[in-house]
Design a protein around this ligand. Structure first.
Ligand SMILES: Nc1ncnc2c1ncn2[C@@H]1O[C@H](COP(=O)(O)OP(=O)(O)OP(=O)(O)O)[C@@H](O)[C@H]1O
Ligand SMILES: [Mg+2]
Length: 220
């Protein structure tokens, strides 16, 4: 991986801490707060990056644990959406649609809750990150025997065709991301977690229109 992924936030921390230490008497409260916030967000970024790197290394070494357990999928998805919605306030709306025709007869699902969380939270956070503030993200959940299908659909920047084939490679980012931050690890992690469930992931995207990711996981 590129060492600047770590060096950039470290140099932000170092320069902001240095400024507070050496020029504290000259900085007003607003400026001090700005530097403290920079330190805080760099630490959060690095912690997440480190966790993702450790996770993908583990997955690539085939050492990721897979512990499927009975799961109430509908409740799990409702809770996840509520949790994510709290984190993004009102800038985006996540609309959860649960296929009504099958809701009454959802079978017992065995899934690894931790890995499923990785799959869905990465897809939802991408949909939010790569679409304009104020837009909504559709999250569909359906049971289509013999599998369960998750779809995350946004009206965002889309993915150029030449990047679509490389999305699931570690550190690959599409050429149209502009200044949107990211390391290119999320989808590599998602792919590994889907594979451990024996499932499949597919993408459909049009630049400037939006993107849909579809994950199908067979009943175990
Ligand atoms: N919903 C989406 N809309 C547009 N582009 C997307 C979307 N999801 C993924 N991408 C593209 O795929 C690339 C890889 O996604 P991935 O989630 O792996 O990395 P990331 O979002 O850049 O960083 P992070 O590791 O923080 O998730 C992104 O950089 C972006 O170019
Ligand atoms: Mg991502």
């Amino acid at each position: 991986m590129a060492s600047h992924e770590f060096r950039t936030p470290l140099s932000v921390i170092s320069s902001s801490a240095g400024l507070i230490k050496d020029y504290s008497h000259k900085l007003d409260e607003t400026k001090k707060l700005k530097h403290l916030e920079r330190i805080q967000s760099s630490v959060t970024y690095m912690t997440q990056l480190l966790e993702d790197v450790l996770l993908i290394n583990k997955a690539e070494a085939e050492k990721l644990e897979f512990n499927p357990c009975p799961l109430d999928l509908v409740e799990f998805c409702r809770d996840l959406v509520e949790e994510m919605q709290l984190g993004i306030h009102t800038e985006h709306t996540i609309a959860l649609h649960i296929d009504d025709s099958t809701q009454a007869c959802w079978p017992q699902m065995n899934m690894d809750e931790k890995l499923l969380r990785q799959i869905l939270s990465n897809l939802l956070s991408n949909a939010i990150k790569y679409s304009p503030a104020g837009s909504s993200v559709d999250f569909h959940l359906a049971y289509q025997h013999p599998r369960v299908v998750f779809q995350v659909k946004d009206k965002g920047i889309g993915i150029p065709p030449e990047d679509q084939a490389h999305l699931f490679e570690s550190f690959h980012r599409a050429k149209n991301v502009g200044t949107i931050a990211g390391t290119g690890l999320g989808l590599a992690i998602v792919k590994k977690c889907v594979e451990l469930h024996g499932g499949e992931i597919a993408v459909n995207s049009v630049v400037g229109r939006g993107t849909t990711f579809r994950v199908a996981i067979p009943l175990s």
